[in-house]
Design a protein around this ligand. Structure first.
Ligand SMILES: [Zn+2]
Length: 284
């Protein structure tokens, strides 16, 4: 199986068949379920005012092919490459990476997520947070260093929990205000300073739906680069309380079994993976 290997410095020059991960905002350029090569995109990049070689951010390799990330200028419009088609997955189109996560071959998913996270961090770490001088890339690892005060800056990763709560043999699914209409998922929330993973889970569940949980267990994790999260998947048992959505994030929540599931997140998300594992062991 092919494997994406992250790296911060290439040992060779760019070649025509290397891979280009080109973003226009949150959309990534694809040719069906593949990312195009330097050869395929040199005219697009040039048209956008970018130099394929010097403007490509090297970030690793897939087999012998180098991977480069590009951020197109927000004002760029191309006739040849359809920008923000969004709802299809065709030839030479930009698609919303978040929506299509899981649809690419797995290593392409990982690499595309890595590129998206890296570009986001790059844009948000231009200046030193301590003295305001423009940062330089650091030579020895994936980091930036302030040439004035020496302050180091590393890619920001924001951990969040996602939790499946079980009561009898049903699980809690909630509709978040930000979800598409009719979509339900497991509860999730960001960690705060000083918290353990378990404390975050208990607090988030209490805040969002007003119930108490116990018997927390870790399941698995997933990098979620939209823009910079790490999702920590947990499960827990219901202890007490009535479901009372906070109305701010969660507008409706209830207990569901696979027979009554509403629309749930797509494949490729940790939420779906956890829900599918529950479904496999479910007995009505
Ligand atoms: Zn500084």
């Amino acid at each position: 199986m092919i494997k994406f290997k992250p790296a911060y410095k290439s040992v060779r020059a760019q070649q025509p068949n290397d891979l280009t991960f080109i973003f226009a905002g949150a959309d990534i350029l694809v040719n069906e379920d593949r990312v195009p090569s330097v050869e395929d995109t040199v005219s697009l990049l040039t048209e956008a005012g970018l130099d394929p070689e010097s403007d490509g951010m090297f970030f690793g390799s897939i087999e012998e092919l180098n991977c480069y990330a590009y951020d197109l200028p927000e004002t760029f419009v191309s006739e040849e490459w359809e920008i923000s088609a969004g709802d299809s997955f065709g030839v030479n189109q930009f698609v919303l990476l978040r929506r299509w996560v899981g649809e690419f071959e797995k290593n392409i998913n990982t690499a595309a997520g890595y590129a998206s996270h890296l570009l986001h961090w790059h844009k948000h770490s231009r200046f030193c947070g301590r003295c305001g001088t423009e940062n330089n890339w650091y030579e020895k690892e994936r980091a930036k260093r302030c040439p004035s005060c020496g302050n180091m800056q590393y890619p920001k990763i924001s951990p969040a929990i996602i939790i499946m709560i079980q009561k009898d043999n049903k699980i809690l699914l909630g509709h978040n205000r930000r979800f598409p209409e009719g979509r339900y998922s497991l509860l999730a929330g960001f960690m705060e300073i000083g918290e353990t993973i378990e404390e975050t889970a208990v607090r988030e569940v209490r805040e969002e739906v007003g119930i108490e949980i116990g018997n927390l267990r870790y399941i698995s994790s997933q990098s979620w680069p939209f823009p910079d999260s790490l999702m920590l998947g947990l499960r827990a048992d219901y202890v007490s309380g009535e479901i009372t959505p906070d109305g701010i994030e969660i507008v409706h929540a209830d207990w569901y079994s696979p027979e009554t599931f509403p629309s749930i997140p797509g494949h490729g998300t940790i939420a779906r993976k956890i829900i599918d594992e529950y479904t496999k062991t479910y007995k009505s």
